[in-house]
Write a protein that binds this ligand. Structure first.
Ligand SMILES: C[S@@+](CC[C@H](N)C(=O)[O-])C[C@H]1O[C@@H](n2cnc3c(N)ncnc32)[C@H](O)[C@@H]1O
Length: 355
């Protein structure tokens, strides 16, 4: 998956930048319109106030794609709170040259605000308070595929047959310790041939981000569930999907490098990885509920002066039948002494998570 999506010459995200939107392969919340960025900006501004309105702070956007969401967020921040806007550094880590070029073009008018970097390690020397976040980033992190046979898990690996076509081999005993450890947290009562996915790279992804922030928030929006729902016995063929020209399919071996490959996010596994590095999960909720909470002041400001275009965007982003239901938001407090892992949050993420 890492090669198919990110190989510098042939990877799906390396070859071109038109994956998201009508002329691409899939829509995201960013495609709905600028309201999504404005509501994120409102949340970030409230966090800035909560951490004491620092004179310098940082937002790190992971998976910024062509920079559209960054532009929507920065435009809203500039309009809503000029001191916070003046104080912010907006960092975009992007190893792929074509995407970086697209980001620089989209964000031309904010060039003094945005720091374009190849990897987050470029921020380690001067950590600042702030936020690291990503929309539909976690689902694009590579994962293992596993299958249940004869009362045990086996890993499915990709190989080539004699005519050099890619094929699955579904019977590899699992030896990778991280994978074994993660799998040991999944219930073991599935029907023969049950197939699913497991990510073991959340910690490795989150830890460098915490090194760029003295304190603040890590925030992720994506499709996915808590563990109990993810590994539900009825979800027999997992959540691996490919996208091409707005059509979903399930075989990632058909056109590697030309189609998107994704799987839902196990938010319980993400929370566990975050807790291992001393983050505190403070919020886990559907995107619809989370955005509605961020939208309170905006909705009030529309009284007597409705903006029907933005209200339609709000409906698409929050309605359970659109993006509001299957998308979730998780907030992870970093180095904040008053952060509480509430009972509600524990309950939603699953009982296995202890404080
Ligand atoms: C599904 S797209 C989402 C794009 C955009 N955030 C949106 O919501 O429209 C996933 C993006 O994550 C990027 N990505 C994947 N892994 C990454 C990583 N480890 N660091 C930074 N970006 C990553 C991909 O290059 C791609 O641009």
């Amino acid at each position: 998956m890492a090669t198919a999506l990110y190989e510098p010459r042939f990877g799906y995200y390396a070859r071109e930048t038109r994956q998201v939107g009508r002329s691409g392969d899939f829509f995201t919340s960013v495609s709905v319109g600028p309201l999504f960025g404005e509501l994120l900006a409102r949340r970030f501004l409230s966090e800035w106030e909560k951490i004491g309105s620092p004179a310098r702070w940082r937002i790190i956007e992971c998976g910024a794609h062509d920079g559209t969401l960054a532009r929507d967020i920065l435009s809203a921040m500039e309009r809503l709170n000029s001191p916070a806007f003046a104080a912010v550094e907006y960092a975009i880590p992007e190893p792929l040259p074509l995407l970086r070029e697209a980001q620089q073009k989209t964000l031309k008018s904010f060039s003094g605000k945005v720091r374009f970097i190849s990897t987050v390690s470029e921020l380690f020397s001067i950590p600042l308070p702030g936020i690291a976040f990503g929309n539909e980033l976690l689902d694009a992190l590579p994962f293992h595929v596993i299958e249940w046979h004869n009362n045990d898990w086996y890993e499915c690996k990709v190989t080539a047959d004699s005519s050099r076509e890619f094929i699955w081999e579904n019977d590899h005993p699992i030896s990778d310790t991280k994978l074994l450890e993660t799998i040991s947290r999944i219930e073991r009562d599935f029907q023969e041939g049950y197939r699913t996915e497991v990510r073991t790279n959340f910690r490795e992804f989150l830890e460098p981000l915490t090194r760029c922030l003295t304190k603040g928030l890590l925030l992720w929006l994506d499709y996915g569930f808590a563990r109990a729902e993810y590994y539900h016995p009825d979800r027999k063929s997992g959540t691996l999907r490919t996208f091409s020209k707005h059509r979903a399919a399930e075989n990632p071996l058909t056109a590697p490098g030309e189609i998107d490959i994704t799987a839902h996010v196990d938010f319980t596994a993400l929370a566990e990885a975050a807790m291992e590095i001393n983050c505190v999960p403070t919020y886990f909720i559907s995107q619809g509920s989370w955005l509605t909470e961020q939208a309170r002041d905006w909705l009030l400001s529309l009284e007597g002066n409705p903006d029907f275009i933005a209200l339609r965007q709000f409906q698409t982003l929050t309605h359970p039948a659109h993006l509001g239901g299957c998308f979730h938001v998780i907030e992870l407090a970093w180095n904040q002494s008053d952060a509480v892992f509430s009972e509600v949050c524990q309950h939603r993420l699953g009982k296995s998570l202890a404080c």
